[in-house]
Design a binder for this molecule. Structure first.
Ligand SMILES: Nc1nc2c(ncn2[C@@H]2O[C@H](COP(=O)(O)OP(=O)(O)OP(=O)(O)O)[C@@H](O)[C@H]2O)c(=O)[nH]1
Ligand SMILES: [Mg+2]
Length: 306
């Protein structure tokens, strides 16, 4: 089955089918935020649609495709510094074949951020040339940033405005309301709350969205998340795992649950009586991964999308 992604089209994400319950997170503020976004759309020139560079397809909000179809938009794939370099190169080639302009950025290490405003202005050139011809000074450039929760929208705004204009944080759902932020004298950027969609059909996509931080951990549970992550790390980045937790090579043959116990012992995640403190070990693993301490990892792979 092929899923229509509007600007892109890809087959259903492949992957082991995990025996998970439905993974959905659509609290009331997201529906409100979607309606508020629809209202603002006609007032903005360019939509910056932010996705996660580690999951360029799983982070597409299909719910928005129709709404955004008529708008000029730029796809921003953020957190590129956490994504696998080779796989990112393949994604760049993949998106180069499509028509929507895009940039692989990183709000933390400022990768490609200097190109966002010039690219936005370029999209407005024709319209502004019309204004100039009629002797009217073009109005200020109005941008809107949208995307899944926790992908780095507010962080990007802070980078572009060179001040702490928007609140940011490690958990999804920090921005609760829209907020116009001025960038210099002729650009305004609307920060919006992260939005998911009512039903995430593909469970693998749900896991990928959770492991990369868009869905709060409690929806899936840290136990399943750590099993999922360890299985992928064992396959794709075992050396990093060995090194970071000072494991023995034969530990790589363990099942994820047993491996977590090794890690827990190494890191002293134990309860008073000396038994393993599973939740603490799971949280430690997730924190290490999300901080990039277990290496760069991409979850969506372009071969599966071709
Ligand atoms: N490594 C890395 N971390 C980032 C990057 N951008 C943002 N972050 C981190 O990701 C977390 C979420 O950032 P926010 O800017 O609050 O994300 P948001 O999209 O505004 O989130 P919501 O308001 O919840 O929708 C924070 O802990 C940031 O420090 C990036 O490019 N690379
Ligand atoms: Mg935010």
């Amino acid at each position: 089955m092929r899923i229509k992604y509007g600007v892109i089209e890809a087959p259903e994400l492949l992957g082991k089918s995990w025996d998970t319950p439905d993974i959905n997170w659509y609290p009331g503020h997201m529906l409100k935020a979607k309606k508020a976004l629809a209202k603002q759309l006609k007032r903005v020139d360019v939509v910056l649609e932010m996705r996660d560079a580690r999951i360029p397809l799983s982070s597409v909000n299909l719910d928005f495709e129709e709404m955004l179809q008529q708008k000029k938009r730029i796809l921003l794939f953020n957190k590129t510094g956490l994504a696998d370099v080779e796989i990112t190169r393949k994604w760049v080639a993949y998106f180069q074949k499509k028509t929507t302009p895009f940039l692989f950025v990183d709000a933390m290490n400022k990768r490609e951020l200097q190109n966002i405003l010039p690219l936005s202005r370029k999209l407005m050139q024709e319209k502004w040339a019309n204004f100039n011809r009629r002797g009217i000074r073009p109005p200020s450039l109005k941008l809107l940033i949208t995307g899944i929760p926790n992908v780095g929208k507010s962080s990007l705004i802070n980078r572009l405005s060179k001040r702490k204009a928007a609140e940011t944080g490690p958990n999804p759902g920090v921005t609760k309301h829209q907020d116009w932020i001025k960038l210099g004298k002729d650009v305004e950027l609307l920060d919006t709350p992260g939005i998911l969609w009512p039903k995430i059909e593909n469970r693998e996509a749900g896991l990928r969205l959770t492991i990369t931080g868009a869905i709060k951990d409690s929806v899936v549970g840290t136990s399943m998340l750590s099993d999922y992550l360890l299985e992928i790390l064992l396959q794709k980045a075992p050396e990093q795992l060995l090194q970071h937790y000072q494991l023995a090579r034969e530990d790589l043959g363990l099942l994820p649950g047993d491996l977590l116990e090794k890690i827990a012992k190494k890191r002293g995640c134990l309860k008073g009586g000396g038994e393993i403190d599973h939740p603490r070990a799971e949280s430690l693993l997730l924190r290490d991964f999300r901080a990039g301490r277990l290496g760069r990892l991409s979850f969506d792979i372009p071969e599966t999308a071709e």
